[in-house]
Write a protein that binds this ligand. Structure first.
Ligand code: ADP
Ligand code: MG
Length: 339
């Protein structure tokens, strides 16, 4: 008897899900990014028990057409790119077509969606990759995802989840970063029936910073606005007085995408070196607009790490811009150094 066989699609999806979905926060990230890609101006995120029992994400974006709904849950199904060539210019947050199939393979998912043209909405339920119901219902324009019982069919994964409080903390961090990178979208976050974040969507980054971090931070910011031929930097950087013993205050985004980058962190920190003590890290909320041609986002499924094609040009520019912004406001800095 032969011993080798090809795995069935559901098993393949469950294995693949491990790359994209490792905890409730990654579900929130993927679904919020989908809402942004769908042009939403309002996104609400509601969770219970650290997201392990319930995540509900509602947006007022384009909705999904009736005929596209089941397809959207297939692996590698996406409306965002057609060929590998499109990867060079991809500007949407998603493009791999892996999130919905992954989430549906390890959770119980209910989707309610309606497009502008549709007369009624659709409710689609899919659990562990298997369709449960597909029916017409009345619904507002946009999309709601209700995700329940995360990893209900993969106990090995469930075991690695931390306490509800810790998982809720990871989710809160994702919502914060997305709110900061999209001040033009009204974002709310409700944890166990308590509203934790609510941004107005008025496009003002400083208002979002105030909303998330409070007055002490919002009152100690310097505006940054620098550009060269490749890159444009806008947003706020904190005065030395609001620095912190870890990097959790370092927020930066590339073309509206929340990312982590060793080069960027290093450049920012080196720009601050002359006023920050060792092991102190600054507050920043910076959006970088970088020519898509200089970026390769297709590195990791979670898309947090970016690769730069001109890394050597990016580092000194960021460092100098930070440094210059800090010294160009000498009276402000003097006050701090005297303190
Ligand atoms: P990707 O985002 O990489 O395309 P996903 O699996 O996250 O893949 O989503 C599959 C497709 O489902 C998307 O390309 C999009 O067409 C559709 N979709 C998902 N979420 C939404 C949403 N909130 N609003 C409208 N369309 C959506
Ligand atoms: Mg997506």
């Amino acid at each position: 008897m032969s011993k080798i066989h090809v795995l069935d699609q559901n098993t393949i999806n469950q294995i693949a899900a491990g790359e994209v979905i490792d905890r409730p926060a990654s579900i929130v990230k993927e679904l919020m990014e989908n809402a942004i890609d769908a042009g939403a101006t309002m996104i609400s995120v509601e969770i219970k028990d650290g997201g392990t029992s319930l995540i509900r994400i509602t947006d007022n974006g384009s909705g999904i057409e009736k005929d596209d709904i089941k397809v959207a849950f297939l692996r590698h199904a996406t409306s965002k790119i057609k060929t590998a060539l499109d990867l060079i210019s991809v500007s949407s947050l998603g493009f791999r077509g892996e999130a919905l199939s992954s989430i549906a393979s390890v959770c119980q998912v209910e989707l309610i969606t309606k497009t502008e043209d549709a007369i009624t909405g659709i409710r689609y339920k899919i659990e562990g990759g298997k369709e449960v119901t597909f029916e017409e219902i009345g619904a507002p324009e946009g999309t709601t995802f209700i995700v329940k019982n995360i990893f209900f069919n993969t106990p090995a994964r469930r075991k690695f989840l931390k306490t509800a409080q810790t998982e809720a903390g990871y989710i809160s961090e994702i919502v914060e970063k997305i709110a900061l990178s999209h001040p033009e979208i009204s974002i709310s976050f409700i944890n166990n029936n308590q509203t934790k974040i609510h941004t107005s969507g008025n496009g003002n980054l400083k208002d979002v910073i105030y909303n998330i971090y409070g007055r002490d931070i919002a009152n100690n910011l310097l505006e940054i606005n620098c550009s060269n031929e490749f890159i444009k930097m806008t947003g706020y950087i904190g005065k030395a007085i609001i620095s912190k013993g870890n990097r959790s205050f370092e927020n930066y985004f590339i073309n509206g995408r929340y990312i982590k980058s060793n080069i960027i962190s290093k450049a920012i920190e080196d720009g601050y070196k002359f006023i920050l003590m060792q092991h102190k890290y600054p507050f920043t909320a910076i959006n970088f607009e970088i020519d898509q041609d200089l970026l390769d986002v297709n590195v990791h499924p979670a898309k947090m790490e970016l690769r730069f094609r001109k890394g050597e040009a990016i580092y000194p520019f960021i460092m100098d811009s930070i440094h210059d912004t800090l010294v160009e406001k000498p009276n402000i800095i003097k006050v701090e150094l005297n303190e």
